[in-house]
Design a protein around this ligand. Structure first.
Ligand code: PMP
Length: 331
C-alpha cells in the first residue's frame, strides 16, 4: 500500500510500504538456512536487533557485465571476513561459516535471476532471548540472513556532491567502535546526514573527537593536495573500508599517484584540489564543495574521473589485475 510523506524540503513523497522501493520485484531472501519468499523473511518486533539495533551487516555489490553476460560479486571474501570480525567483537556466535554465506550470496543471485547491478546485504543479528541486554551468546538467538536488491551503479554519472562538515562528531573506538559495522552505530552518521539534508547539502563529513576529519556517514574520504592523495588512517574513527583499499591500490598502481594515510584538518578540505567519498554503496562520489568552499574549481577533477573509470573496469571484470577479487555468478 502506498504511503504519503512530506520530504525534507516540504515536497510530497509517495512510497511503497513494502520494506524498500527497490525490493518490489525481489523473489527470495535467505534466512537461517533456507531460501524464503521475500515477504516471509521476518523477525519479531521484540527482537534485540529491532529494539537495540544489534545486527552486524555488510554491503556487497554485484556488477552486471552485459557483453560477458556475467554478474560479478566484488571482494566478497573481504566483506564476509569483516562481517565475522564485527560478529566476534559483539560476542555473536553465528551457526553458519563464511564459506557457507559466500555460497548463499551466489545462489541468491541465481534464484532471483539477477541480470543487473545488485546490492547484497548479509547480516548476523541477535533475535529473541531472555534477560535481553546484558546477554551472553547462550541466552539469545543469533540469526543469519542475506537479502539482495537491484541497485544500479552510479559510476561515471558525473554527479558530484556539495557537502558540509557536520557539527556531530564521529563516535570513537573508546566509545562505540566504528570498526564494528553494526546497525546501532549508523545513527551517528544518520544524524549528520539528516542535518545536512535539512540544511540543503547533499552530504556530510564528520570530524573525530579531536576535530580531525574522520569519514562520511557511509563512506570514507580522500582528498588530493599537490598531486598527493590523502586519507585519514584506520585509527581515525573510520570503518576499515574495503573500497578505500581498492582506491589506494588503483591510485598507486595504475595512476602513479602517491597515497598518504594521515590525520586531516578540516581546513585542508577547503584548499584541496580534489576530494571524493568512497564506499561499496556510494562507489566513488566526487565532492564539489565543502561548507560552500569549492573544491578545486568546483567540478569533477581529473584524478577522480580516471579513478571512476578504473574502478568500473575492475568491478565489471574488465581489468585482469582484479579478476581474483570477483566471484562470477553464472557458469
Ligand atoms: N564508512 C562507513 C561508516 C560505511 O558505512 C561504509 C560503507 N560500508 C564505508 C566507510 C565504506 O566501506 P566499504 O568500502 O567497505 O563499503
Amino acid at each position: 500500500m502506498p504511503v504519503s510523506l512530506v520530504g525534507v524540503r516540504g515536497e510530497l513523497l509517495t512510497i511503497e510500504k513494502e520494506v524498500s522501493m527497490d525490493a518490489r520485484e525481489v523473489r527470495y531472501a535467505w534466512m537461517n538456512g533456507e531460501f524464503v519468499p521475500w515477504g516471509e523473511a521476518k523477525v519479531h518486533i521484540a527482537s534485540s536487533c529491532v529494539t537495540e539495533g544489534s545486527s552486524v551487516f555488510e554491503g556487497i555489490r554485484a556488477y552486471w557485465n552485459p557483453s560477458q553476460g556475467q554478474l560479478y560479486l566484488f571482494k566478497t571474501g573481504e566483506h564476509l571476513a569483516r562481517l565475522y570480525q564485527s560478529a566476534k567483537m559483539m560476542h555473536m556466535t553465528p551457526q553458519y561459516s563464511q564459506a557457507e554465506l559466500e555460497s548463499v550470496c551466489l545462489e541468491l543471485m541465481d534464484r532471483n535471476g539477477y541480470r543487473e547491478d545488485v546490492h547484497i546485504r548479509p547480516a548476523i543479528y541477535f533475535g529473541e532471548g531472555r534477560g535481553l541486554f546484558c546477554y551472553t551468546p547462550d541466552k539469545i538467538e543469533t540469526g543469519v540472513a542475506v537479502t539482495a536488491v537491484p541497485r544500479q551503479s552510479r559510476l561515471g554519472s558525473g554527479a558530484g556532491m556539495n557537502v558540509c562538515v557536520s557539527s556531530w562528531k564521529r563516535i570513537s573506538d573508546a566509545d562505540f567502535p566504528p570498526r564494528i559495522k553494526i546497525s546501532a552505530n549508523y545513527h551517528n552518521g544518520r544524524l549528520a546526514a539528516v542535518q545536512a539534508a535539512l540544511d540543503g547539502y547533499d552530504g556530510a563529513i564528520l570530524l573525530d573527537e579531536r576535530g580531525k576529519v574522520a569519514e562520511g556517514p557511509v563512506a570514507c574520504v580522500f582528498l588530493v593536495r599537490d598531486g598527493v592523495a590523502i586519507t585519514p588512517p584506520v585509527t581515525g574513527g573510520i570503518l576499515e573500508s574495503i573500497t578505500r583499499t581498492t582506491i589506494m591500490e588503483l591510485l598507486e598502481g595504475k595512476l602513479s599517484i602517491p597515497v598518504v594515510e594521515r590525520e586531516v584538518d578540516r581546513t585542508e578540505l577547503y584548499v584541496a584540489e580534489e576530494a571524493f567519498f568512497c564506499g561499496t554503496a556510494m562507489e566513488i562520489a566526487p565532492i564539489l564543495s565543502v561548507d560552500r568552499y569549492p573544491v578545486g574549481v568546483g567540478e569533477l577533477g581529473e584524478i577522480t574521473r580516471h579513478l571512476e573509470t578504473l574502478y568500473e573496469s575492475a568491478v565489471r571484470g574488465e581489468n585482469s589485475s582484479y579478476l581474483e577479487s570477483l566471484l562470477p555468478v553464472y557458469v
